[in-house]
Design a protein around this ligand. Structure first.
Ligand code: CA
Length: 439
């Protein structure tokens, strides 16, 4: 489990950046699956990042306006043996202080009566509106009372501020411990891809490959898949968020697998590989695969401090468009195709996203006019693809696509850490050369 000092250090950084504002951060709640059954609990990533506390319905207060020793307050589900016997042991109020570093802890049912007192004296309230239906009315009520008193007292929180700009900027830059965890998530995920390619053959079902991958995640001590695994044979790969995973694998088709694990402390891998089910690429499959691979390598090579996500995307896009032009699947000049987006029937998504505690991790990609520059410690996916299907119309001026290309969907995705020098491909253990994809 993560080192408690890591969370202490993060809280210190967060509290410092709050200035004179108090923050209220709720944990996630259980989500109903059906009737009285819940989905497995998934902690809110912001809450986890600052507390490492993995129970539902807790609320953390960060109070820079209070003296040291009173700045981190946790409200938690109290220990109650009659409830614990059904739902498992709780950490409780004492545990929150002893094991999770809370300066003060209370049972969560006392939040409404204690919130006013804790927030009094803060110059603003940091709280994410629209996301926490149980806690939001309490925060608004408390704020309203302060505003009402303001004309008489001259004190009160005058603004409600979202936590994202502070917290998500912190989360975007991974500390050394986080980088270690992301290496592990990527490594387990990569090994599962290697296993899957080893067993895939015509006649197996996509679901069997999914089961193998997810079993490996659990065997390695991960929580499970970070997101709905995509195991997509043939044309299914052209459905970007295909998760039915219930078709039989066909001789002559490619298999696209987009899967990654989530560790116990929620760090995620996110890897895509595409390979021929029978071990040999057809001419068309190989031609497209080589384009995607070149685009992906060029994009990864372009990653260095000072580059930005848009630059990485454009690097990949240019190689894809040049390659598709070379095969006669696009017509025109590279620049005008890119400018008019006349490639979008073949490549309709961006080339990557931040990766961390969330699979599509937090952090801005641009601030107004400015692209956010890559810095050491940021982790992003690089995932160009080509998808040839009849689902999207061919734009006017572009060539109709011959039957022999149809149903080929390819994506290659790695998890890449920005470092001072060359970027580090965290998922490198999953092979991707043409030779490795064939057997
Ligand atoms: Ca993915």
């Amino acid at each position: 489990m993560p080192n408690p000092n890591t969370f202490t250090a993060r809280r210190e950084r967060f509290i410092k950046q709050l200035g004179a504002n108090a923050a209220v951060l709720p944990a996630a709640s259980l989500v109903t699956h059906h009737a009285d059954c819940y989905y497995p609990f998934r902690q809110d990533s912001d809450f986890w990042y600052l507390t490492g506390f993995d129970e539902p319905d807790a609320v953390a207060l960060f109070l820079p306006h209070r003296p040291k020793g009173e700045q981190f307050v946790l409200f938690v589900l109290p220990k109650k043996s009659d409830e614990e016997v059904w739902n498992g042991v709780r950490i409780g109020v004492e545990g929150a202080q002893i094991d999770f570093g809370a300066d003060v802890a209370h049972p969560v049912e006392q939040l409404s009566e204690r919130l006013d007192e804790y927030l009094a004296g803060a110059s603003g309230i940091v709280f994410r509106i629209g996301k926490h239906p149980k806690v939001e009315p309490l925060v608004l009520q408390s704020w309203a009372k302060q505003l009402e008193r303001f004309p008489r007292t001259g004190f009160g929180a005058l603004s409600l501020i979202p936590p994202c700009p502070i917290l998500h900027e912190l989360r975007l830059r991974k500390d050394s411990e986080e980088i270690e965890r992301m290496r592990e998530a990527a490594q387990i995920s990569a090994q599962a891809h290697e296993l899957a390619r080893g067993v895939a053959r015509p006649g197996l079902n996509e679901s069997q490959i999914q089961a193998l991958i997810e079993k490996y995640f659990r065997d390695q001590g991960a929580r499970g898949p970070a997101y709905g695994s995509i195991v997509a044979g043939g044309d299914n790969a052209c459905v970007l968020h295909y998760t039915a995973n219930n078709s039989s694998l066909k001789d002559g088709d490619l298999l696209l697998i987009d899967a990654g694990c989530s560790l116990v402390d929620y760090y995620n891998g996110d890897i895509t590989r595409t390979f021929p089910i029978n071990g040999r690429f057809s001419g068309e499959q190989k031609a497209l695969y080589e384009i995607v691979l070149s685009a992906q390598k060029a994009a990864i090579n372009s990653i260095h401090p000072g580059q930005n996500a848009e630059g990485v995307h454009l690097t990949a896009l240019r190689v894809l468009v040049e390659g598709l032009l070379g095969l006669g699947l696009l017509r025109g000049s590279v620049d005008s195709l890119i400018e008019q987006e006349s490639y979008r029937h073949l490549y309709m998504h961006r080339t990557g996203h931040w990766l961390g505690l969330d699979v599509h991790d937090v952090g801005a990609y641009r601030l107004g006019e400015y692209e956010v520059s890559l810095e050491p410690g940021m982790v992003l996916t690089v995932e160009p693809g080509i998808y040839v299907s009849k689902r999207l119309p061919v734009p006017s001026g572009q060539p109709e696509i011959d039957e022999r290309w149809q149903g080929i969907g390819i994506r290659i995705e790695d998890d890449v850490l920005v470092t001072q020098k060359e970027s580090e491909v965290l998922s490198a253990e999953a092979l991707k050369s043409v030779e490795a994809m064939e057997h």
